[in-house]
Design a protein around this ligand. Sequence first.
Ligand code: AMP
Ligand code: GLY
Length: 420
Amino acid sequence: MKILVLGSGAREHAIIKALIRTGTDPEEITCAPGNGGISQEVKTVSIDANNPEAVTNWALAASTELVVIGPEAPLVAGVSDALRAAGIAVFGPSKAAAALEGSKEFAKDVMAAADVPTGMARKCTSLSEVESALDEYGAPYVVKADGLAAGKGVIVTSDKQAALDHAHTFLTHGMEILVEEFLDGEEVSLFFLSDGTSVVPLSPAQDFKRAYNFDKGPNTGGMGAYSPLPWLPEGFVKEVQDRVALPTVRELARLGTPFVGLLYCGLIVTSKGIRVIEFNARFGDPETQVVLRRLVTPLSHLLHNAATGHLAEVNEPEFTKDVAVTVVLASEGYPVTSAPNREITGIVPDTNSVEVAHAATKLEDGKLIATGGRVLSVVSIADDFHEARRAAYEAICGIELEGSHYRTDIALKVDEVQNV
Ligand code: AMP
Ligand code: GLY
């Protein structure tokens, strides 16, 4: 099957590695635009992934049978709508359905209509409304700017003045603010493939959102992840499927905006039960690196069936019992400041137990150059978390990039608990 993958991050690299590992011929895969690591495994083309016409024209000319959209930006730009209109199977929701990620207010409305459990929230358009909502819910305070992705518009703080200052910054830019009830508990990312009517769960993962060890520092796109989550109660996935994913997909279908693609459920397991903190309309990064590393079922088959409305005929995907850990290497200053392009060395070739998914890298005169932000994800798989962590950290220790940093506590807690 001829597949075009859109995107240039470690998530897209992980999707491509999983396609190949589960049986797709690398010759059949093209990535646009890709990065320095992806271009060493499959063909890359330099079309603009956010341009609906350019992508559709390329896909038609190349007789593409499936387009897999990695990031949010092409969804928001209407790339999936254009591809669908041209009769091409596409894994990625329409612009209208992708608003589930882009508009926190839309997501809250869908959840309210579908009776999906989530935290209380107040929409605010002035600082005085923000202040009274903060007082209503109490500390810690959660303030979100509507319409911003990747956690960048979110602050969770016990400092009321910092919460107000955060709200003020976005209000002065004309954005609406959501003040939310703080939800206390472990976070879980659970992905569902959706064909607009049926959903199929993948395996749960946990992401590490803060920049520094022990959940200190600012929010990031994600600094590491592990899968599965052995501490989850029996029946967790089924409960999220029945109480969150299916009602949400049914509500979107009822609204005339069927969701075809990856429904990312960002959840907190509170003492009162499961609560949704966010939806995304795409695979999570870096959770995808660990979830798909454990996938056994052919990924192309799953994505194509989702894209063409045939998920009901698909058996639940199979995952290995092995555990996977990923640690993100970020460039100097991330997520606060950006670093100049720098050479990166010491990446060893993939083995059966450790592989490297590239994000912000490019090849230049035979050298690998890091171009800032999250640069790569080291992914390891093993019988247990102790060995998976050991192997991931051994590999990342050997990588040299001036000023780079990574967290050293990814999957530490689950490793310690398993070794008691
Ligand atoms: P979001 O952009 O909504 O995913 O938020 C980014 C991160 O902020 C989440 O992954 C959580 O770690 C944290 N967060 C968001 N909303 C809440 C909430 N209501 N209660 C506690 N933590 C939250
Ligand atoms: N890792 C969080 C996200 O992909 O949004």
